[in-house]
Design a protein around this ligand. Structure first.
Ligand SMILES: [Zn+2]
Length: 171
C-alpha cells in the first residue's frame, strides 16, 4: 500500500492567520498530486484547537489564534471534498501519536509520502513519529508540496528529515 499523508492544509495556514505565500503556492501542487492518483490511501490531518487555545503551551509560545474548531480557518484549503471519518485525522498538537492504529499492518506499507505545512513543525513531527513506528518502511517528503514557517526553516527541516533516512524529492 502506498500512503499519502497531507498535513494541515487548512485555511489558517494558507491565507488565514498564519498564512504564507509559500503555503499558497503548494495548494495547486498538492491538488494535482491527489488528482493524479497512485495512492492506495490518503490521510488528511487537521490541526485542531478550541477556545482555550491561549491557555495552552502552544498558545503561549505562538499567540496567534488558528485552526479553532468550528471556524472557517479550520477548514481545508484544498479543493478536495471527499473527507470522511476514515481519512481525516484531527490532531490537537504538532504530532499525532496514534498512527499505528490507522496503519496497523507494517508489512503492507510500501511507502509513506508526506506533503503539507509547516515543514519545520507538523510535517517533521509526524514524519519522525512514523519513522520511529516503522523503521523499515521507505518514506518520502515531496519538498515542492511542503511549506515552512520560513523558507530557511523549511530547508532546515528537510535536512533533518534526510538525516533520518526520509527521502526528499523535488527539492
Ligand atoms: Zn496549532
Amino acid at each position: 500500500m502506498k500512503y499519502l499523508i497531507v498535513i494541515d492544509m487548512q485555511k489558517d495556514f494558507v491565507d488565514g492567520s498564519l498564512g504564507t505565500p509559500e503555503a499558497q503556492a503548494v495548494v495547486p501542487r498538492i491538488e494535482k498530486k491527489i488528482a493524479g492518483g497512485g495512492y492506495d490511501r490518503i490521510f488528511f490531518t487537521f490541526d485542531t484547537h478550541f477556545s482555550d487555545y491561549s491557555e495552552t503551551l502552544e498558545g503561549k509560545k505562538l499567540p496567534v489564534q488558528h485552526c479553532i474548531k468550528g471556524t472557517d480557518g479550520w477548514n481545508t484549503a484544498l479543493g478536495y471534498d471527499r473527507f470522511s471519518r476514515e481519512n481525516t485525522v484531527e490532531k490537537y498538537t504538532f504530532g499525532y501519536t496514534d498512527w499505528n492504529k490507522l496503519l496497523p499492518d507494517k508489512n503492507d506499507i510500501e511507502n509513506i509520502e508526506f506533503v503539507g505545512v509547516c515543514t519545520d513543525i507538523c510535517v517533521i513531527s509526524n514524519a519522525l513519529i512514523l519513522r520511529a513506528l516503522y523503521p523499515d518502511t521507505p518514506m518520502t517528503v515531496d519538498a515542492s508540496c511542503c511549506a515552512g514557517t520560513t523558507p530557511e526553516a523549511h530547508k532546515a527541516a528537510l535536512t533533518v528529515m534526510r538525516s533520518c533516512q526520509i527521502d526528499i524529492i523535488n527539492e
